[in-house]
Write a protein of this length. Structure first.
Lengths: 597, 166
């Protein structure tokens, strides 16, 4: 027995800021102080509060150290671990009460969260199957194999109201039911897991795989039992090396324990899993494209029907769910459908994980009940917008989603509400933008993404998105007319209505939603040839304000093209015909005398 | 996704590499849908997938070269060009983009004189735009081989590049 355990986040965010070295150093200091048998260091998955990484928690006290540096370790060990004195200067300030260190659960970031999919992330060592089993792991698999029929399993998932967390929101139980019943005499069926998290800015699936890989394995085995499949594939991005490695370790351990392989729990049920690495194609998040890719082809989608439940991977009936969806399954089996259905809104049950990013204090991962408002997520949990800037929009759903303006901050988040306001749930990326972000530029950014990622199979998407991108470029360079805005809107609907797969059908959403809520910004670009947020280079001019300029010549010396002239101690001026708008002068000026407008 | 440009660096694969490649393909012979894993491991052996390597794969696996080429040009992870000694990757995911990673990429492209996916003449640096490495808390982020640089500003670029050229 150890008297103390130190948990260090080993997720990608904290690893990127050096948590590896910190863990190593910590072990060295512990050994040096003779605490090797008393204090245990545990590398866990993501705690969620990535903004404050690298993160470390000391148990049993639950002291939460944030932004720990390597040079702080000696002090933490000699003061806290050896003498029992908390190093207050490194403790997350929200947990510092008047006379005590408060529990993490009382902080604004964690208070409103309810963790089901993330319940083990940051709690267990993901490379140790016993720790997962210690948290009721594989109990749900035992329960279904020993006491439930496949139809009962499917009924439980149906009753729970669980919908696909990858974005579409299709009822998971329905999907399983179709795969079980549609083809009666299939010699082989497959269970697949979509871990090709392509939405830029979404990292919940990666965090689940890094922090709790066994939950996905257990859930896929349950799905296999329910539909009658013996083989599963996890299709995961090669860009997630830590997740791939932990998943492989977890699969090996599960095989060793007889939780994968032949005759699991002596039930006669066989199930095994393999990993397939994606190779960087956003379209492979689409279900038919993903399966085509596993088959070893270009990841192009195919027309549906036939749906995968009838003819999927290698033309066999296949169920495909995403990581977060699977992460809910064991808890639903253990706690019952009613428990799950008691959370959330009428049509969206349970919780949803969001990856908070962009212009927000607490960037990181949060899990909240469906029906929580955007305002609660952004201001109460996320801590609001930094640097005193004003909120402009929240982007959900990645390149398929839309921008939500301030007027809709109080809408309860669920699948249907987000679609009604022109966005979508997507996989759960939530990027906050402030007054310095130009909405036309953001729309152009997403279109650039879809142009790059369009697979090229169908014309509306391949050519339509390119033309749409060019129209946006015309607007941001100040060459568009009001007529172009109408043409652009028409093209958006044409692409939506005629594309083969979800990628093309949703590609125009970023344009449509910004046109709907931020039309003024488009008009400013078109009619006044101005970018109100000061982002679009072609529409900006740099100017020196005479009364603020001290004539220090710093700007003139910093200008790479000699566009600034003036004599010492006299106000300078910029020759706009020479200016290349690089912003070097603005960075050099110590008096705030240079503005862009 | 693929480009028609020919690489200027001549292919100089070693017999050891070719042996490793043929052995690796042999291990995948029985597997369904083996082409993707084969290409991924071939890229690990050679660092990239020049036409010479694709030809060996086509021949050993008994599939047409155009299919191998089709797959290797479809996915952004497969590179038909060699990479630099130091692989620079700038995240252009949404969270990084709204915090200014576009400027970081432009600055690097200007400093190194190369565009996305290319390598400098001396083979020291290659530059890629990548989509979200998932370290959104550190936005904007870039990586140089395994080193991660977070919360970047444009004026740090010179200093970072200098670390690798000294």
């Amino acid at each position: 027995m150890y008297r103390s355990q130190v948990l260090i986040c080993g997720g990608t965010g904290c690893t990127s800021s050096g948590s590896d070295k910190i863990a190593k150093r910590l072990q060295e200091e512990i050994d040096k102080n003779g605490l090797t048998d008393e204090v245990k260091v545990v590398r866990t998955g993501c705690f969620g509060l990535c903004a404050l990484g690298p993160i470390m928690i000391v148990y049993p006290e639950g002291t939460f150290y944030s932004m720990v540096k390597e040079e702080d370790i000696a002090e933490i060990v000699s003061e806290h671990l050896l003498k029992g004195r908390v190093v207050t200067r490194l403790v997350y300030d929200e947990t510092i009460g008047e006379n005590e260190i408060k529990s993490l659960k009382e902080t604004n970031f964690y208070k409103k969260q309810h963790r089901i999919a993330l319940r083990n992330c940051g709690v267990i060592n993901p490379e140790c199957i016993d720790e997962y089993i210690g948290r009721n792991g594989y109990e749900a698999l035992g329960k279904v194999l020993k006491s439930m029929t496949p139809d009962e399993v499917i009924q439980t998932i149906l009753d729970s109201g669980l919908r696909g967390r990858g974005g579409g929101g299709f009822p998971t139980g329905k999907k399983w039911q179709l795969a079980r019943n549609l083809v009666k005499d299939a010699d082989q069926k497959y269970v697949c897991c979509n871990a090709d998290e392509g939405d830029p800015g979404a990292f919940m699936d990666r965090s689940v795989l890094e922090g709790d890989p066994h939950v996905v394995i257990e859930a896929m085995a349950i799905a296999g039992y329910a539909i009658g499949a013996t083989q599963g594939y996890i299709y995961i991005r090669a860009e997630y090396p830590i997740a791939v490695q932990r998943l492989q370790i977890a699969i090996n351990q599960a095989r060793e324990y007889g939780l994968l392989g032949k005759n699991i729990f002596d039930s006669g049920f066989d199930f095994d899993l393999d990993i397939r690495l994606g190779a960087g194609a956003f379209v492979c998040g689409e279900e038919t494209a993903l399966m085509t890719s596993i088959e070893g082809n270009r990841g192009e989608p195919r027309p549906r029907p036939p749906f995968p439940a009838e003819s999927g991977l290698f033309k066999k009936p296949t169920v495909l769910n995403n990581v977060e969806t699977y992460a809910n399954i064991p808890q639903i089996i253990l706690n019952g459908a009613d428990w799950f259905a008691s959370m959330g809104t009428e049509k969206s049950k349970g919780t949803k994980v969001f990856a908070l990013g962009g212009k927000i204090h607490n960037t990181g991962l949060v899990e909240v009940p469906m029906g929580t408002t955007l305002r609660e997520v952004i201001y109460e949990i996320g801590g609001g917008i930094p640097n005193g800037k004003a909120f402009k929009a929240a982007q959900t759903g990645g390149p398929s989603g839309g921008c939500i303006p301030a007027e809709h901050l109080d809408i309860p988040i669920d699948y249907d509400n987000l679609i009604a306001i022109g966005s979508m749930m997507g996989s759960g990326g939530l990027i906050v933008m402030d007054e310095d972000n130009c909405m036309v530029d953001i729309a152009k950014f997403f279109l650039q993404f879809t142009v790059d990622e369009s697979c090229g199979k169908c014309t509306p998407c391949r050519i339509g998105t390119k033309r749409l991108y060019e129209m946006l470029e015309k607007i941001t360079s100040g060459n568009a007319t009001m007529e172009d805005l109408d043409k652009m809107e028409k093209l958006c609907y044409y692409i939506k209505n005629n594309s083969l797969c979800g990628l093309g059908q949703t590609a125009p959403n970023p344009v449509l939603s910004t046109l709907r809520y931020f039309k003024n910004e488009y008009i400013a670009h078109v009619q006044d040839k101005k970018c109100p947020a000061g982002v679009c280079q072609d529409l900006l001019t740099y100017k020196i304000i005479d009364i603020k300029c001290k004539g220090c010549t710093a700007c003139a010396r910093g200008c790479p093209v000699g566009a600034i002239s003036g004599t010492v101690k006299q106000p300078h001026s910029i020759d706009t015909t020479k200016c290349i708008k690089c912003g070097a002068c603005m960075a050099k000026c110590k008096f705030g005398a240079i503005i862009k407008e | 996704m693929g480009s028609k440009e020919k690489t200027t660096v001549p292919f100089n694969g070693t017999p050891e590499q070719e042996k490793a490649l043929r052995e690796m393909i042999g291990q995948h012979k029985e597997q369904q849908g083996a082409l993707m894993p084969v290409l991924q491991q071939a890229q690990e052996i050679y660092g990239y997938l020049p036409i010479e390597v694709q030809s060996i794969i086509a021949e050993e696996m008994g599939i047409p070269l155009e299919k191998v080429y089709g797959v290797s040009t479809f996915y952004s992870q497969f590179s038909l060009y060699p990479k630099g000694k130091y692989k620079i990757s700038v995240c252009l995911g949404t969270a990084c983009y709204v915090k200014g990673s576009g400027d970081i990429f432009a600055k690097l492209s200007e400093k190194l004189g190369i565009s996305d996916g290319k390598c400098t003449q001396d083979g020291i640096f290659s530059l890629d735009a990548c989509r979200c490495i998932g370290a959104c808390g550190l936005a904007p982020v870039m990586t140089v081989n395994d080193d991660v640089y977070g919360k970047l500003t444009v004026d740090q670029i010179d200093g970072i590049l200098a670390k690798y050229t000294e």
